[in-house]
Design a protein around this ligand. Structure first.
Ligand SMILES: [Fe+2]
Ligand SMILES: [Fe+2]
Length: 327
């Protein structure tokens, strides 16, 4: 089966080439230094003070969510490794010129800026225990990440499409909160990251859409396997060395704050199926029809469960990221 999928993926290369064109040349991209105070220029001290003043307006809950988002971005080496485990996408030499390899490298190059700018903001804010944040990133990279695609490029593509949307929403929603509480610099940073994520999401989804057209049975099977259970989050193995359930605690704060909630998760799934045109697809071959129905049912199940979910405020949890304060 994998052999068949690999050959279909090779046929998908024109789609990947089209997706590649949506990635920006480095000269046209924003860079973290443009969004942070520039040392050595006139007035840099005032810029740092300004940043610290706005960061002073962020609540502890917002800081936790910001750190969790940045930590997730900082585990980028794990995500590149994941792409390179997917058959057909593998960059064997590190400079392969097939479209998947070019995509993996160019995508990584764009993504790197997210962790960099986030970490820069955290450093200058003076509001977090940076050592604890850095320890968390190191733990996360050591613990690793399994997107459960098992090296199957179809499932890897389905996962990436879903996950880019998730990160996009997490940044949009945090950015909105930053804007509301009077932190325009963070608001801008979040908006720019979210715009990158949106571009990446569109690219992955466009390839996925072509894959559904090229091999509906295989694509639907992969979508069902990836999306019908709970989709694993990329930073789920994070720990600061103290809290073994740090990801769960971070996600709970996000849920409370309205940053990537269960309802967002359900909506993400519904929207992806909609964008792929699955609800209206007729004449699907073989088992694809029942797989499509299972996916739509799963989306509906999550939507209903999210509606019923009442966010109980659990016991406040101490986060080492913010000096052990409880949130
Ligand atoms: Fe990112
Ligand atoms: Fe991303």
């Amino acid at each position: 089966m994998l052999e068949h999928r690999l050959s279909v993926m090779r046929e998908m290369e024109p789609s990947v080439t089209a997706a590649l064109a949506t990635l920006l040349p480095p000269d046209d991209c924003w860079q973290p230094s443009e969004l942070l105070p520039t040392f050595g220029t006139e007035g840099w001290q005032a810029e740092v003070e300004d940043l610290q003043e706005e960061a002073g307006r962020l609540s502890d809950e917002m800081l936790v969510v910001l750190v969790g988002n940045v930590v997730t971005e900082e585990a980028l080496p794990a995500y590149l490794a994941t792409i390179n485990r997917c058959g057909g996408m593998t960059d064997r030499t590190g400079v392969d010129d097939h479209p998947w390899a070019c995509w993996a490298r160019s995508w990584t190059a764009e993504e790197k800026r997210h962790g960099d700018v986030g970490r820069g903001y955290l450093l200058l804010s003076g509001r977090v225990d940076l050592r604890s944040v850095e320890r968390t990133v190191q733990h996360l990279l050591r613990n690793g990440f399994d997107n459960r695609a098992g090296g199957d490029p179809y499932r890897g593509l389905a996962y990436a499409s879903f996950q880019e949307h998730a990160t996009k929403l997490a940044w949009i929603q945090l950015g909105r909160l930053a804007g509301t509480c009077g932190a325009p610099r963070l608001h801008r940073i979040c908006g720019l990251i979210a715009a990158d994520e949106a571009r990446h999401e569109r690219a992955y989804v466009s390839v996925l859409r072509d894959l559904v057209a090229a091999d509906p049975e295989g694509a639907l099977e992969a979508l069902e396997e990836t999306l019908c259970g709970i989709v694993v989050m990329p930073a789920r193995t994070m720990t600061d060395g103290i809290d073994g359930n740090l990801f769960g605690h971070f996600a709970a704060v996000g849920q409370r704050l309205g940053v990537y909630t269960y309802a967002d998760y359900a909506e993400n799934l519904r929207q992806l199926l909609e964008t792929l045109g699955l609800p209206r697809m007729t004449g699907l071959p073989g088992a694809a029809e029942s797989r499509r129905d299972a996916l739509l049912a799963a989306a509906e199940r999550h939507r209903a469960a999210a509606t019923e979910l009442t966010t109980r405020r659990g016991r406040p949890i101490a986060f080492s990221w913010i000096g052990g304060r409880r949130v």
